[in-house]
Structures are given as structure tokens and as C-alpha cells.
Ligand binder design. Structure first.
Ligand code: ISE
Length: 323
């Protein structure tokens, strides 16, 4: 039984703790950690409570960690897990800056084995997985265009600065790379008055176009949608609901309030896959390298926002550990 400690007990930490307690085989929620002992105790439900993350990481009765603390702390905790030789499922983004993200990559490369999984959970979402399979089976021909829509009902209250890019758009960078199997090489970004929504167009090293809307205050609900356009057809997500309703002269479905209900199954599959992979001693999901690329591209897109000019994107070369 893998004894897991969860760092951070906000929205995502609480959900990861619940998954470990109730839904995942082969692991147990051994401890949770938060600066607020009260909040940690509410999520722990009997598991041990820590307020010092380093003490949790170093505890001999903890085998692996989940990091779900604020974004700026992710890289430091990932580095501490690497120093302790313990596997970590670290929420996205892997770091607040590309430089810090690269530090995590370099530490893992120096260690010589992959212990970091970044929580880009969309890779485990049934709809995205089905779209990837459709493309891989050749059903729509060569993919040439990817349309992404990423709408939140309202920006989370902890949003600051360029987080619509560094915290939200990073998902689109990761899932686009994963769906298309190519690397973005240029980006152009336009903002509506007030800075929301954003429209970001990227080109890939295979000449594909990725067009993404990021709308943080769309009002009506949480809505993520993707459509891949190929030379012989298209594939897109159906509405993520089990039922639709006919009522008062209308036909429709409800939208979730936020990403937790929308991606509940993706989070569950990701956690089970991570627990299984740790047990088997193999990597799974987005790597520290994938985390670095998403953060590096986001940083460059954010820097291109004021001018609106098309920016060439760059990333350090991929180390052999991530081949
Ligand atoms: C949040 O942190 C997430 O990861 C969600 O998936 C995303 O939709 C949201 O915009 C982010 O703030």
C-alpha cells in the first residue's frame, strides 16, 4: 500500500485527498499538510496532519507526495521530493517561471530517474483520449488545425497578473502538444478590452495551427471544448454530460461550475495511473520536461501580450531522460 502525503488542502488538495481515500486502489491517504492546521484537519479525516511540508516530505512513513499548494511553491516542493528520492504528482504548473522549471528538470536528470509527474490531467480525460485515438487511427487524416475553447465561469479569487496564461492556458499548451505530437514554434496573442478573453494562435513545427480562446469570466459556466480538423474529417468533444433536458421550449444541458466536476474522471484516472506507475517503478503522465515546456511557452506568450506581435517560441533541448 503506497502511503501518500498531500501538500496543500485547497480545492485540488481536497479532491486529491478524497480520491486517495475513496476511489483509488493500492494507495492510502497517510497525511495532509497545510499552513492552516484547521483546514488540513478538515481534509485529513483521520490521516496525520502536518503544517511543515518539508517534515512531511522527509517523514519515513510517507512513500510518495501529491503537491497541490499555490503555484509559486510547486518547484520548491518538487525539488525537495527529488532530494528525498520520493515520487511526486505535482499540480500544474510545475513552476512559476521557466528558469525554476528547468531547475526541476536538471535535478531529475542529475538523479538519473523520473520521479516527477505533472498533473496535466486532461491527458487522462476520456474525451481527449478518444480524440487522440481517432487521430492515431487515421480516421480524420493529417491533423492541420486544433480549436481550443477554455472558459471559466469566473476567474478564481486567487488569480493575479498573467495567470490566465500561466495557470489556465498552460493546459492548452500541454494538451495540444499531446494531441498533435508536435511542438509550438510561434505564438500571437490578442486581448479583448480589459484583458479577457484572450485569443492565442500558435503554429507548430509540423505547420499545424492551434487557435485557443481563454475566457476567464464567461459567466455561464465552466466550458472546455476542443476540435481537431484533419485533411479527411474532424473530431470534437461532445458535451460532457450524461443527459440533456427539454424544458420551457428549450433543449440543453447544465454546465459545471468549475474544473473539478468537469474533469472528475480525468483526475481519478490520473491518480490511479500514478499510483500504479509508482508501484511498478515507471513514469506516467506529463513529465517534468512537459511541465517545463508548458511553463516556458506560457512565459513567452505572456511576454508577447503587450506588443501583440508574433513571437518565436523556444525551449531548451530535451534531455535523454525524457526521450
Ligand atoms: C485551474 O487552476 C485549472 O487547472 C483548471 O483546469 C482551469 O480551467 C482553470 O482556468 C485554472 O485556473
Amino acid at each position: 500500500m503506497l502511503r501518500v502525503g498531500v501538500i496543500g488542502t485547497g480545492v485540488m488538495g481536497a479532491e486529491h485527498a478524497r480520491l486517495l481515500r475513496q476511489e483509488v486502489a493500492g494507495a492510502t491517504l497517510a497525511a495532509v499538510c497545510d499552513l492552516s492546521a484547521d483546514r488540513a484537519a478538515a481534509v485529513a479525516q483521520g490521516a496525520r496532519v502536518f503544517t511543515d511540508a518539508q517534515a512531511l516530505i522527509d517523514d519515513p512513513q510517507i512513500d510518495a507526495l501529491v503537491v497541490a499548494s499555490p503555484d509559486a511553491t510547486h518547484a520548491g516542493y518538487a525539488l525537495a521530493c527529488l532530494a528525498a528520492g520520493k515520487p511526486v504528482l505535482c499540480e500544474k504548473p510545475i513552476a512559476a517561471t521557466a528558469t525554476e522549471a528547468l531547475r526541476v528538470v536538471e535535478a531529475e536528470v542529475a538523479l538519473g530517474r523520473r520521479l516527477v509527474t505533472v498533473g496535466y490531467m486532461r491527458r487522462f480525460d476520456p474525451a481527449y483520449a478518444d480524440m487522440a485515438q481517432t487521430v492515431a487511427a487515421g480516421q480524420i487524416g493529417d491533423p492541420v488545425l486544433l480549436h481550443n475553447i477554455h472558459r471559466n465561469a469566473a476567474a478564481p479569487d486567487w488569480f493575479t497578473g498573467a495567470m490566465s496564461i500561466t495557470n489556465s492556458f498552460v493546459h492548452e499548451i500541454d494538451i495540444s502538444r499531446w494531441l498533435l505530437g508536435s511542438e509550438p514554434v510561434s505564438a500571437q496573442i490578442t486581448a479583448a478590452p480589459g484583458g479577457d478573453p484572450l485569443m492565442i494562435t500558435m503554429e507548430t513545427d509540423r505547420g499545424q495551427i492551434i487557435a485557443t480562446e481563454v475566457y476567464m469570466n464567461a459567466g455561464y459556466g465552466y466550458h472546455v471544448h476542443a476540435q481537431i480538423v484533419g485533411r479527411a474529417g474532424t473530431v470534437e468533444m461532445a458535451a460532457p454530460t450524461l443527459t440533456t433536458v427539454n424544458r420551457a421550449g428549450r433543449h440543453g444541458h447544465a454546465y459545471p461550475d468549475n474544473w473539478v466536476p468537469r474533469f472528475r474522471e480525468a483526475y481519478r484516472r490520473q491518480m490511479q495511473a500514478w499510483v500504479d506507475a509508482v508501484g511498478a517503478g515507471r513514469p506516467v503522465g506529463a513529465s517534468a520536461w512537459d511541465g517545463y515546456v508548458a511553463t516556458a511557452i506560457a512565459e513567452q506568450v505572456a511576454a508577447a501580450l503587450p506588443s501583440g506581435a508574433k513571437a518565436a517560441l523556444r525551449a531548451d533541448p530535451r534531455p535523454g531522460l525524457y526521450a
